[in-house]
Design a protein around this ligand. Structure first.
Ligand SMILES: Nc1nc2c(ncn2[C@@H]2O[C@H](COP(=O)(O)OP(=O)(O)OP(=O)(O)O)[C@@H](O)[C@H]2O)c(=O)[nH]1
Ligand SMILES: [Mg+2]
Length: 335
């Protein structure tokens, strides 16, 4: 699995170069005065949000980052060169926490957001700067400032407008691939999709939204059952949830089963984060092309409708109900 959404990294910024103590020595000027230059600034470690990236994978393999030290100053007024900065790239949606106190340092929520995570040390001043009327030959220079060492935790929370959640195998990936160009893995068994996938859904009129296909949830997900709650964090920032339910091959065509599963997942989300339960949502009754689903459809819609939930019956296979789904999503995004 090459989707990594949490890593710990260590950063070390460069030490500043030391200032230099030196005196001008020329044949006819035995006391030429101080000429020790300043040390160069140490390199900083920066973190930038890059929309090309979708995972924190790179930082799992390399997790120690060190920027260059500044070089010391030299005689004849020469300054040490600055250490090069080091820029790490992370996907948009990455949260950066200080590991020591757990504090959020920055939410990298838009592309090109940048954080100077570890500032390079200042270079020390050379003895040129310490000359005064009282002391014409200062033997003093400053040491370069040391760099900073930091331990950070990076956590990726995908930024999607709409999250599709539901039991394994209900057709979440099929729906997202029908509406967008995303191609999550689809198959006739539970837990086909192992990583969240984002797709851009066009609404015409240059309007669009991002939809996230989230791996299937089951009872106990909030405590780690199945693929667990790991992926629920990716819907925490969605504006709208689409909760898909459907009939499962081999089971009786009983509306109670669908309602039960719906409630199980709603409860899991509530246990994971009460705010998820408060998000605007709509329920999709999937696989409407199947006769069993047609049979159940009315009873299930009525029961959910009685709870004032918007319900759309749809088939990602024959396209039925998809326009209405987009229409309802649009209404919820706007509201
Ligand atoms: N007849 C019919 N079958 C569908 C429909 N949507 C999905 N399926 C089938 O249902 C099975 C599961 O579809 P997926 O899209 O992989 O389901 P999922 O919810 O993403 O499953 P997980 O990733 O395992 O959670 C596949 O065999 C699909 O072909 C539909 O609208 N009609
Ligand atoms: Mg899937």
């Amino acid at each position: 699995m090459n989707f990594v959404d949490e890593v710990e990294i260590e950063l070390q910024s460069g030490k500043g170069g030391d200032g230099c103590v030196s005196f001008l020595r020329e044949r006819y000027r035995p006391k030429g005065g101080p000429d020790g230059g300043d040390g160069g600034r140490g390199g900083s470690v920066l973190i930038r949000a890059d929309e090309q990236l979708t995972t924190l994978l790179d930082h799992r393999y390399t997790h120690r980052y060190q920027a260059e030290n500044g070089l010391p100053g030299m005689g004849r007024d020469r300054y040490g060169s600055a250490g090069k900065d080091l820029t790490l790239r992370v996907p948009v949606g990455t949260l950066i926490f200080d590991q020591q106190n757990g504090q959020l340092l920055k939410d990298m929520d838009t592309t090109d957001t940048e954080l100077v995570a570890a500032q390079g040390g200042k270079g020390g001043r050379g003895n040129i700067h310490f000359k005064s009327s009282a002391n014409q030959s200062p033997r003093k220079a400053e040491a370069g400032e040391s760099g900073q060492f930091l331990k950070l935790r990076l956590e990726l929370k995908l930024l999607a407008d709409v999250g599709v959640v539901g039991f394994p195998n209900v057709g979440k990936s099929t729906l997202v691939s029908r509406l967008s160009r995303a191609r999550p893995k689809i198959a006739d068994y539970p837990f086909t999709t192992l990583v969240p996938t984002l797709g851009m859904v066009s609404l015409g009129d240059q309007d669009s939204f991002v939809m996230a296909d989230v791996p299937g949830l089951i009872e106990g997900a909030h405590t780690g059952a199945g693929l667990g709650h790991r992926f629920l964090r990716h819907v925490e920032r969605c504006q709208v949830l689409v909760h898909l339910i459907s009939w499962e091959m081999g089971e009786p065509a009983d509306p109670d089963l669908l309602i039960q599963r719906f409630e199980t997942i709603e409860e899991e989300m509530r246990l994971f984060d009460p705010q998820l339960a408060a998000k605007p949502r709509l329920v999709g009754i999937a696989k409407l092309d199947l006769s069993e689903v047609r049979q159940l459809n009315q009873a299930v819609s009525d029961r959910l409708g009685a709870r004032h939930l918007p319900v759309v019956s749809l088939s990602a296979v024959n396209g039925e109900g998809l326009d209405q789904l987009l229409h309802e999503i649009r209404k919820l995004i706007r509201s």
